[in-house]
Write a protein that binds this ligand. Structure first.
Ligand code: S3P
Length: 172
């Protein structure tokens, strides 16, 4: 089997990394991995429960361990959690060994999607202003990915097509 670099989707909560990742993985015939799902299975708790019972620091440690382990393979579509690429160790490994794509959306779109989401403990405690500040701060780091897609005016299908083109060009 040809060894293809992992395609890593990055971006804020609510940017569609998982839903787009699933479609992409089918088209590329790669396995799809969502790091948050792996963390939940490993810890036998939801992300919210992990944050509540063990704290964010514990979550970030597990996130680093799980993400680095998963990235050390090939032929995968990996959806990192919104904070994954913000971690310097995960980011450096991804930049060196994978092809990363940032799914970028207008702040307003992201805020509307993530506010009041019970599945997202970090966003739950923030108001719109704080969320906006987080998006702006993180965007400078997401910008260190290989490619960025402005998703706002695109259908899901078009986003997937764009990613496949970028990925195939980058592999050649
Ligand atoms: C987080 C994003 C979440 C999850 C956790 C923290 C973040 O993943 O990892 O709640 O710091 O942005 P999604 O981006 O898949 O929602």
């Amino acid at each position: 089997m040809k060894l293809n670099k992992n395609l890593v989707l990055i971006g804020m909560m609510g940017s569609g990394k998982s839903s787009i990742g699933i479609i992409l993985s089918k088209k590329l015939e790669f396995e799809f991995i969502d790091t948050d799902n792996k963390i939940e299975k490993l810890e036998k708790k939801t992300i919210s429960e992990i944050f509540k019972k063990s704290g964010e620091k514990h979550f970030r440690n597990i996130e680093e361990m799980v993400s680095l382990k998963l990235l050390k393979s090939n032929n995968k579509v990996v959806a990192l959690g919104g904070g994954g690429f913000i971690n310097p160790n995960i980011r450096k490994y991804t930049q060196k060994n994978c092809i990363s794509i940032w799914l970028d959306w207008k702040n307003e779109t992201l805020i509307n999607r993530i506010k009041n989401s019970k599945k997202r403990p970090l966003a739950m405690k923030m108001n719109n202003f704080e969320l906006q500040k987080l998006i702006i701060k993180r965007s400078t780091i997401y910008n260190l990915s290989d490619y960025k897609i402005n998703c706002d005016k695109l259908e899901k299908k078009q986003i997937v097509e764009k990613i496949i083109k970028l990925y195939e060009n980058a592999q050649n």
